[in-house]
Design a binder for this molecule. Structure first.
Ligand SMILES: CC(C)(COP(=O)(O)OP(=O)(O)OC[C@H]1O[C@@H](n2cnc3c(N)ncnc32)[C@H](O)[C@@H]1OP(=O)(O)O)[C@@H](O)C(=O)NCCC(=O)NCCS
Length: 134
């Protein structure tokens, strides 16, 4: 478990309420649900950067710091770390505002890599609009 930093890093991309349908056998939120929220949040930033379809190619350095409880308000914050030729690396933090007490805690973080793709699902350059004119 790591200490919660003073404030989230990055753009707010997702905000939702943790619901009982997504719990694990302990009655807390299922880790896969958290990863899917983070993936969706990162995809919003990646799509805005690439201005095209994107897909997730890799998830690294996932850390689950604290459990998420039913009723917590979950928010995902995304920061663009690197733009490659077709890929974008995005750091995502998820924070929970506790249903009981209202405290804000960083619950998970990870680095997601997205690839800009064309209509056939093939990688295409992210910076298409920056290509030199003929
Ligand atoms: C993403 C996908 C289109 C990439 O196709 P590909 O033929 O492997 O493409 P490339 O090898 O040219 O790699 C494309 C970019 O992704 C990066 N990349 C590929 N695998 C990677 C990995 N494991 N980790 C980080 N980056 C990776 C490459 O470095 C490259 O980046 P760059 O162009 O900025 O240098 C293809 O692998 C795919 O469709 N995967 C399934 C995606 C999917 O369904 N995601 C949802 C999960 S359920």
């Amino acid at each position: 478990m790591s200490d919660t930093p003073p404030a989230p890093q990055g753009e707010l991309v997702i905000r939702t309420i943790a619901m009982p349908a997504n719990t694990n056998s302990n009655g807390d939120m299922f880790g896969g649900w958290m990863v899917s929220q983070m993936d969706l949040g990162g995809a919003i930033l990646a799509r805005n950067v690439a201005k095209s379809r994107i897909t997730t190619v890799a998830i690294d350095a996932m850390e689950f710091h604290q459990p998420v409880y039913v009723g917590d308000i979950v928010s995902c914050h995304a920061s663009l770390l690197k733009v490659g030729r077709t890929s974008m690396r995005i750091a995502i933090e998820a924070w929970a505002q506790r249903h009981k007490g209202g405290e804000h805690v960083r619950v998970t973080q990870g680095t997601f890599t997205y690839v800009a793709i064309d209509d056939n699902g093939r990688p295409q350059p992210v910076k298409r609009s920056c290509a030199p004119s003929p």
